[in-house]
Design a protein around this ligand. Structure first.
Ligand code: GLN
Length: 572
């Protein structure tokens, strides 16, 4: 496998933190987060340390309560923040863990200011966007001072949006105060290809650069996103209108896989343009690891298909970390993982044969995190299929809870076994296998939650330690007896049922060292199933293309073995 990139921030080569502000023009969805992350990866490959931040101009306090259809996935940090999915890109590309200092929204900024105003902290002054809002934003950016050679700060939304104006003003002031030698404005724009005339048009990019200038910010480097390669002469035209050296306008045409973006950007000169702006010299980067993983996606030597049985299957972004982690699992074995999405609700009304027909192409079945009763019975059917047909199974969070319920119902004979998430007042004797846990520890603190608490912030969130049992699938996959993984859930396995399920053959291979009643991993012994495991936490948040997560690597390995076994069976 390829080497893991440097993950420790801290100043490495430069005496002070240098800031790269990433803004977007023309339209959204140009891949600002990916470009920022890929730039981070290249700078690491050139020997620098990097941290990243995302400033979001929307008013929600965090994306935790936003629907996955609205916002895509909620990414969870070690310190328990529910944040923007771009932070997932940052971690995947640079390997640097993000935290509550990595993401801020306009909602948080206003929340803090209004609380201070009520307390009288502003001493009777008028509270205004400039300087009060902008000062809060600048203080947030300043948290990264001294943390790394480079801090790459991405501003969400598009320049020109009403809500992003205070953020643009804040970065303008920050750069002015830090000095232009330590700050760089990198603006992403789009150059559409017009089929009818067979030309790439540069005008939208020219206008985007001008719009940024109207806000007081001169772009130092322009990244021109495009579907096809943009000609040098067109880039020069943009450079002329933007008042930039030609080498500071860099094309980034679409890539076949996101993991090629660092290679594409380097080949087009982005890191050279940035370093030349700062007047910094550095060794050439070794991009071999990125080349390698990109070629595994483009020309896979082996492939497997994993069925992901979930609810938000229509929208790829709602499971983005999961999709990427599955791919990484394949990378660990020089293979490509293809994903077959199965809408769990559709399985509910089907006969057994139909369920089998839908899941037959799968070399592994995964039930991801989820909330609510809708579709849950369909997921249980998929889990039962995996268990009975010895197809590798991997359950994550909800996928672990439902695997415990499936096992309780169909192996331990506990009819009606279920979760109190679906029905809060199930009453005695109803076999509530998954229950609301009301107390647990986080470090030295004792946390509590009640069934009437607000939806926001009452979950077990962030990294918690887990102790692994020797000789189990989980213990072997991690090759360690103590780990820490990130959580985001309200319900837990009900310890009152542990002994009964153990007796029926379920293995509890991971538990919390601080609250031994908290079950973190369950699995089946390999004598009854080749590979069946499920965890209460979300391992997908910590998987990286250059350092695949051990459970995803183990799952991909099991799926590859299953493919092998299928072909042997066919040949016989
Ligand atoms: N709905 C379950 C709970 O809240 C599982 C959550 C999840 O899968 N993230 O405990």
């Amino acid at each position: 496998m390829t080497p893991t990139p440097a993950t420790t921030p801290g100043m490495k080569k430069l005496g002070q933190t240098h800031y790269i502000f990433v803004t977007g023009g023309v339209m959204s969805a140009l891949g600002k987060g990916l470009t920022a992350s890929a730039l981070g990866a290249i700078l690491q490959a050139r020997g620098f340390s990097v941290v990243q931040q995302k400033l979001d101009p929307y008013l929600n306090i965090d994306p935790g309560t936003m629907s996955p259809f609205q916002h895509g996935e909620v990414y969870v940090t070690d310190d328990g923040c529910e944040t923007d999915l771009d932070l997932g890109h940052y971690e995947r590309f640079t390997g640097v863990p993000t935290s509550r200092s990595s993401n801020i929204t306009a909602g948080q900024v206003y929340w803090d200011i209004l609380h201070k105003e009520r307390k009288g902290d502003y001493l009777g002054k008028t509270v205004q966007v400039v300087p009060h809002v902008t000062n809060e934003i600048k203080a947030f950016i300043g948290r990264m001072e001294g943390q790394a050679d480079f801090s790459i700060v991405e501003i969400g939304g598009t320049v020109g949006d009403i809500e992003s104006m205070a953020f643009i003003e804040a970065i303008r002031q920050y750069a002015r105060e830090t000095g232009r030698r330590r700050s760089c404005f990198m603006h992403l724009a789009f150059a559409p290809y017009l089929k009818a005339v067979g030309e790439v048009k540069t005008k939208p990019t020219q206008n985007a650069v001008r719009e940024l200038l109207e806000a007081g910010v001169q772009a130092d480097v322009v990244v021109v996103r495009s579907e096809v390669e943009v000609e040098r002469s067109d880039l020069e035209k943009i450079a002329m209108f933007a008042g930039l050296p030609a080498s500071h306008v860099v094309n980034c045409p679409d890539s076949d896989t996101i993991y090629r973006v660092p290679v594409t950007l380097h080949n087009h000169g982005l890191d050279d343009a940035i370093l030349s702006h700062f007047d910094i010299k550095a060794k050439a980067p070794d991009m071999a690891a990125w080349q390698h993983v990109s070629s595994l996606v483009a020309h896979p030597p082996r492939e497997v298909t994993i069925a992901v049985v979930g609810k938000y299957v229509q929208l790829g972004d709602s499971y983005i970390s999961l999709n990427e982690a599955l791919l990484h699992g394949g990378f660990a074995h020089d293979a490509k993982v293809n994903i077959l999405f199965v809408d769990s609700e559709t399985l509910e009304s089907m006969g057994d044969d139909e369920v089998a027909a839908i899941l037959a192409p799968a070399d592994g079945i995964l039930v991801p995190g989820g909330f609510g009763a809708r579709g849950a019975e369909g997921k249980i059917r998929a889990i039962r299929y995996a268990r009975e047909n010895k197809v590798p199974y991997f359950g994550i969070c909800f996928g672990m809870q439902l695997a415990a319920i499936e096992f309780a119902r169909h192996v331990a004979g506990l009819t009606g076994a279920s979760s109190s998430e679906f029905d809060a007042d199930r009453g005695a004797g109803a076999h509530t296998i998954i229950n609301l846990m009301t107390e647990w520890h986080a470090g030295d603190a004792k946390l509590k939650r009640g069934k009437d608490d607000d939806l926001g912030g009452t979950m077990r969130l962030g990294a918690y330690p887990c102790k692994l049992a020797k000789g189990t699938l989980a213990g072997k996959a991690y090759g360690s007896s103590s780990i820490a993984e990130r959580h985001r859930h309200r319900y837990e396995f009900n310890p009152a049922y542990r002994a009964i399920l153990e007796k029926a053959g379920l293995v509890f291979s991971g538990t919390s060292p601080t609250d031994p009643d908290l079950v973190e991993i369950i699995e089946l012994p390999t004598k009854t199933h080749p590979s069946f495991f499920a965890c209460q936490y979300h391992p997908e948040f910590k998987s990286r293309p250059l350092a695949p997560h051990p459970l995803f690597a183990a799952f991909a390995k099991a799926a590859l073995a299953y493919v092998e076994e299928k072909s042997v069976r066919k040949a016989a």
